[in-house]
Write a new protein. Structure first.
Length: 63
């Protein structure tokens, strides 16, 4: 058996780098989704104020 095959078998027992990256991506995605849900009422309020003040068309009223 070659060194490469022996190393390959040894590395297969633990957690691979790809699995670690996938777990980190899932954790980061969950954190981002939680932050978005937490901030959603504030974002909706800001959008409502933006619409009430005229949005982009208000430039001529508020120089």
């Amino acid at each position: 058996m070659t060194k490469f095959l022996r190393r390959r078998r040894r590395a297969a027992r633990g957690i691979s780098g790809r699995q670690v990256l996938a777990a980190q991506a899932v954790a980061l995605g969950c954190l981002g989704a939680a932050l978005f849900v937490k901030e959603l009422p504030g974002i909706a309020r800001e959008l409502k104020i933006y619409r009430l003040t005229g949005g982009l068309r208000a430039a001529r009223r508020y120089p």
